[in-house]
Design a protein around this ligand. Sequence first.
Ligand code: ZN
Length: 234
Amino acid sequence: MTHPMLELQAADTMADQLRHRREHLGEREQMQAARNALVRWDQSRKVMRQRLDELSGVIEECESKSHDLDAQRDRLQAQLKTVIAPREAEALQSEIATVNETRSGIDDEELAALEEQARIDDELTEVLGQEEALREAFIAADEVLSAAEADIDGELERIAERLEGLRAEVDKASLRRYDRLREQHVVAAATLAGSRCEGCHLDLSAAEVDVVKDEAASSGGLADCPQCGRILVI
Ligand SMILES: [Zn+2]
């Protein structure tokens, strides 16, 4: 029959492995990737909307400036009809030319803004169309992760019950020693295989083997490894 100390160690090792597996689930990486995709999606949507707002502002400003410039040009042209002196007419014509030039620059600016607006509008429509698929992918990945975690949690619960039973079978002093050793080493209790401690994988001398066997014979099959201090089950 296996010594309860070894069964205890085996159950704790299994629980360690399960906890490790739970922490490193591939399903968690997939869920995080799906969540990151959703976050990136939301960010790009915000950036696009922000740029569209900026462009609306630019277009509005261009319209307003164009309107003012048109009014200014109309005024200058009306004035031009009333002047007689060629020098005055020349000055007005030059002023009108400057206004026209400015107006043309603003037209170019507005056109560029309108083109960018149309392009981003199309991109935004496409991006908005991805929302449902991205949300569904995230929810699905989250569910898969939860199911994987629940499986492991179920196994851990069964092991916890088993551990409780096993711990009741081991005497208090040995249990305290075992718990203390578990804090230092993952493996606290090991068998002696021939002359080798399975905890530290070192060979004991013939004299040491005799000592631990005597020790085990008088203390319920348990001894200390002289090399690593782990509990040797003999
Ligand atoms: Zn050892």
